[in-house]
Write a protein that binds this ligand. Structure first.
Ligand code: GDP
Length: 184
């Protein structure tokens, strides 16, 4: 099903957004924290949930966001066009304690630009901000990259439930703004 401007019973908009980033950065936990307020210390189940729905009220509109998780695909191959198809937003997640996951942000951006829509809203998310002793990526550095690439930016902790809702809401609100402007 392709989302975008499509209509769904009981809500004003239904749209698709995706989670991307290296394996192990915390994508599944961010999604489960946001959609069900759960956190898992162990690794994810073999058969992962591939997407979750969340209803959000923005102003007088009820928005249903369908958020896709890679369910481990990124371990084996690049994520392909079907994953991005119809997506209006992305949370591009790295782990603040693993520099390699931040270095790979460029690779993920390249993929978004290749497969995603040109006006896709991208929020750069530095997860695991609770692990301050093992931090390898500074907040300023990531902020500068986000500015340079025209992305929103936020540090989160799925473990401590810090900024999780805020980062999804930032993306959803921006998508709502763009969708509303387009339909004017
Ligand atoms: P994914 O592969 O990107 O979906 O990552 P997961 O959500 O499966 O998380 C990978 C590992 O990181 C798991 O062991 C989680 O418990 C852990 N993790 C996820 N988010 C956080 C966080 O905010 N803080 C800490 N300390 N650990 C986290």
């Amino acid at each position: 099903m392709v989302m975008g401007d499509s209509y769904d019973e009981g809500c004003d908009y239904l749209f698709k957004a995706v989670l991307i980033g290296d394996s192990g950065v915390g994508k599944s936990n961010l999604l489960s924290r946001f959609s069900r307020d759960e956190f898992r210390l162990d690794s994810k189940p073999t058969i992962g949930v591939e997407f979750a729905y969340k209803n959000i009220r923005v102003g007088d509109k009820l928005i249903k966001a369908q958020i896709w998780d890679t369910a481990g695909q990124e371990r084996f191959r690049a994520i392909t066009s079907s994953y991005y198809r119809g997506a209006l937003g992305a949370l591009l997640v790295y782990d603040v304690t693993r520099r390699a996951t931040f270095d790979n942000v460029a690779k993920w951006l390249h993929e978004i630009r290749e497969f995603g829509s040109s006006d896709m809203v991208v929020v750069l998310v530095g997860n695991k901000s609770d692990l301050s002793n093992s931090r390898e990526v500074g907040e300023e550095e990531a902020k500068n990259l986000a500015e340079k690439e025209g992305l929103c930016f936020m540090e989160t902790s799925a473990l401590e439930n810090r900024n999780v809702e805020e980062s999804f809401l930032e993306m959803i609100t921006k998508i709502h703004e763009i969708t509303t402007q387009k339909s004017l």
